[in-house]
Write a protein that binds this ligand. Sequence first.
Ligand code: DSN
Length: 415
Amino acid sequence: MDLNSLKVFDIINDEQKRQKNYIELIASENFVSENVLKAAGSVLTNKYAEGYPERESVEKFIKEFPDYVHSGSVGRYYGGCENIDRLELFARYMFQKVFNTDYHVNVQPHSGSSANQAAYMSVLESGDTILSMSLENGAHLTHGSPVNFSGKQYNMVFYNVDSDGFIDYDDIERKIKEYSPKLVLAGASAYSRIIDFKRIRDMIDSCENKPYFMVDMAHIAGLVAAGDHPSPFGLADIITTTTHKTLRGARGGLIFCIRELAKKVDRAVFPGCQGGGLQHIVAAKAVAACEALSDEYKNYIHQVVKNSHAMCEEFKKLGYDIVTGGTDNHLFLIDFSKTHPLITGKEIQNLLDEHGITLNKNCVPNEKRSPQETSGVRIGTAAMTTKGFKEKDFIETADKINLIINEYYKNKIEG
Ligand code: DSN
């Protein structure tokens, strides 16, 4: 091994130590199993497999797994894809099982961002109107940020949260009527409450020009799989997700859609947005899907939600201001603007980093500071629950964070 590649492995070892020793509270992170790592590091990285499983492969697969529901494009561009065909079909089949759905599944998106890009491209033209949650209230960059392709390519209009931080469903209804969007998007990166997909579907169904309904369930996919959040399946036309957050799989994306849209979605992923799929990552996604079907995983997700609730309640008891006053899922937001007006989310993120606790600064509703500074932080429980943390461990961590913040704030006030 040459000296330079040894350096790479030194860096990986350092990161492994950091991940082992830090308390990880970033709501979008998790720790994957050895089998997910093994698949992601496998020889499948050597194979090009542009396109989708060949028809003969599909027919053979259905003989083995008759309850797999097939739709979408067929045909590869290179030879030697028979194993990859089987893998890709198996991954789709497992994700149909995880979400108890017969929706079409595209397992090739390299990330949540590319899944969203392809999802938009499958049903929209440049300049079409998308109604999405406003970014400062918890939506994702690809939900219309002006610095992202979504905000540049589409005409974005936004719905808001109410003064307590809850999604304002009346605002969605008003804006569907006012702007006649071609697509309505639900889903968020920093929203701690149940999203009422049924209510949005009903609004859409009562419109004359029915917009497409898309859900980005990246954060809550694991909760949907375990039954801890209402499912968007059967309600949304297109559903995107990442596989590495609460789903606890390899870093990547997925798109589900109603079968009428299957070929459009497939074409938007390849050749629309991507070239060859990352087949080692497809394998790792499939391993995560198998794991997500286990009772152990479902119990893990139930514990994630219980832990989030317990930690959030402890912060409330300690006098912190929680956006929406609580949480229904794996995360919550603390707003420091009233309780600690002199410190920013960025300062708290850096301060806790020095004490071996990792989280991220986050905007809060009616944010007065820039996204680089912020007045809040986001806290999630998925990663440390994987490491075995229970309610009491999260309560102890909240107490520790409180002591660190209090001391820092006291010094700051006293100058
Ligand atoms: N960056 C991710 C998050 O932290 O929520 C979203 O993709």
